[in-house]
Design a protein around this ligand. Structure first.
Ligand code: UD1
Length: 341
């Protein structure tokens, strides 16, 4: 069965393409290389032994979707990754985020309906929970006011999907709320390729160890946690990718024509920033140059997932550890080679 993967050359998209093929699906990729590179297709070709079907197109372009649905007959489902995702940039350029992240979903929904597509998996985020009152966070927790335009686009897209299904559109939709995806494919053929200075912790850690950056700033050590640094649920991107395959299989298996549900994707285990730094030093054998810096505005203190619903609904749970993810991220970073800072 063909599955359209928007953002198919992105970080999570590319890893999901690999797992889809392994499970017997035929991914069709769509990306405009806004935050990824064409070389990802070479990495995928090396891993898969063939070059996946690819369309260079912008998801805001409804005509592009319509053309893909027409050319690639029998698409059985869509996994919609394509979106802007830099929290800080979204505060500076909110319209860019609203137009792109919401516009692309609307283009997809309108054209997918006309093409008779009924299964849709949407990339959401744990950011919808804000600072939770209790841990672990399960899917019954309230959605709190978004801390950034990026976070708000995820909330709005979830609402759009819920409303579309409630309106009687024949769609089976699953929103997957990712915690902190990290790592790379163990082959080091694909991984995370942030453009410019990374905003996220693990890319910054590996780039510092590789000499691309001089020093990691640990944002705040005065939080109410054991070592004072923030706690997150870091999850290997390959585990996340496998959950998308399970999500598509779950939607395919359903008899009802319309359905909307949402599931957390996390490990259930929280790690502090300093624990990540220590684990990285252990797996890489590198001493990391870091300093304690001011808190970063908008950061939640601690969050990690309840994994019960994902296990129950999808029959999925993580198989890889924080150490696996850091070792894979480091292998990928080393393969990228030297670069001027
Ligand atoms: C946030 C969002 C997530 C979103 C992601 C996109 C939450 C809870 N999570 O992840 O949904 O998809 O942004 O970018 O809102 N840190 C440092 N030094 C650094 C970078 C990060 O100490 O140079 C710390 C942060 O303060 C935080 C942790 O590392 O405590 C993780 O940060 P990051 O990787 O940016 O992810 P989140 O902010 O959790």
């Amino acid at each position: 069965m063909k599955i359209l993967v928007t953002g198919g050359t992105g970080f999570i998209g590319s890893h999901t393409v690999v797992e889809l093929v392994k499970a017997g699906f035929e991914p069709v990729l769509m990306d405009n290389f806004d935050n990824s590179q064409a070389s990802v297709l070479n990495g995928l070709e090396t891993i898969l032994g063939f070059r996946p079907s690819f369309y260079e197109a912008d998801c805001n372009d409804a005509a592009a979707f319509a053309e893909i649905f027409q050319k690639e007959s029998n698409i059985g489902g869509v996994i919609h990754f394509a979106a802007h995702k830099a929290v800080g940039e979204s505060v500076q350029l909110p319209m860019k985020y609203y137009r792109n992240n919401i516009g692309s979903l609307l283009s997809l929904l309108e054209t997918a309906k006309a093409a008779g597509i009924s299964n849709l998996v949407f990339s959401s985020s744990c950011t919808v929970y804000g600072e939770p009152s209790q841990l672990p966070v399960d899917e019954s927790f309230p959605i709190l006011p978004a801390q950034s335009p990026y976070g708000n686009t995820k909330q709005i897209c979830e609402e759009i999907l819920r409303d579309a299904v409630a309106s009687g559109m024949d769609f089976r939709v699953l929103s997957l709320r990712y915690f902190n995806p990290i790592g790379a494919h163990p082959s080091a053929e694909i991984g995370e390729l942030p453009i410019g200075v990374p905003g996220n912790l693990v890319p910054f850690v590996v780039q510092t160890a590789a000499g691309w950056r001089t020093q990691l700033s640990v944002f705040g050590d005065d939080y109410n946690t054991a070592d004072g640094t923030c706690i997150r649920d870091y999850i290997h991107v390959v585990d996340i990718a496998k959950a998308h395959v399970k999500a598509i299989q779950y939607l395919n298996s359903k008899a009802e024509k319309s359905l909307y549900d949402w599931v957390n994707l996390g490990t259930g285990k929280g790690s502090s920033v300093l624990e990540v730094v220590n684990a990285f030093e252990k797996v890489s054998g590198q001493k990391l140059n870091f300093k304690i810096a001011e808190r970063r505005s908008g950061d939640v203190e601690k969050i990690y997932a309840s994994t019960e619903k994902a296990e129950r609904v999808l029959g999925w749970k993580t198989e890889l550890s924080l150490e696996d993810a850091l070792a894979d991220a480091w292998r990928w970073q080393q393969k990228l080679g030297p670069k001027l800072v």
